[in-house]
Design a binder for this molecule. Structure first.
Ligand SMILES: [Zn+2]
Ligand SMILES: [Zn+2]
Length: 148
């Protein structure tokens, strides 16, 4: 039996997952897919400015794996900027630690531990919530990790 792949940890779902050059029809664009683990590598290294050792520990991967993810992510982003393609963030062998929600009624945005199943906006009580982990097909799976 193949060994199950260890999932990489991503702190929270990205708020934006689709990018394209202004003034170009989406249909005419080539598509680049940045996986959620690649997007997290970019965030940790280039936005949060963590060293590679710290960043790899944060994601629960080896340092060489982190370096590979970062290289691949940077290459894709360079291709996106220079050649003007559509960039989509999706997929990847990951689970989230926290979820991100946006209330579609009052606009309140908040991050919360993925273990907590949120049904209502803490600000206005609305149930009309955008569930960001859910948009990437995650949520319950992230909560089950470590329990089996
Ligand atoms: Zn609300
Ligand atoms: Zn998950």
């Amino acid at each position: 039996m193949p060994r199950p792949k260890i999932r990489r940890m991503v702190a929270s779902p990205p708020r934006f997952s689709s990018f394209k050059p202004v003034g170009v029809r989406r249909a005419s664009l080539e598509r680049i897919v940045l996986s959620l683990d690649e997007a997290e590598a970019i965030k940790l290294a280039n936005f949060d400015k963590l060293g590679q050792q710290e960043a790899s520990e944060e994601m629960g991967v080896s340092r060489p794996t982190f370096t590979r993810l970062l290289d691949s992510a940077q290459q894709k982003i360079a291709d996106f900027l220079i050649n003007g393609k559509e960039l989509i963030i999706e997929g990847g062998n990951i689970h989230f630690r926290e979820n991100f929600y946006e209330c579609l009624d009052c606009g309140h945005k908040f991050k919360i531990d993925i273990e907590i199943d949120v049904k209502q906006c803490p600000s206005c009580g609305s149930t009309n919530l955008l569930d960001f982990a859910g948009r990437f097909g995650h949520g319950r799976c992230c909560r089950r990790r470590g329990r089996n």
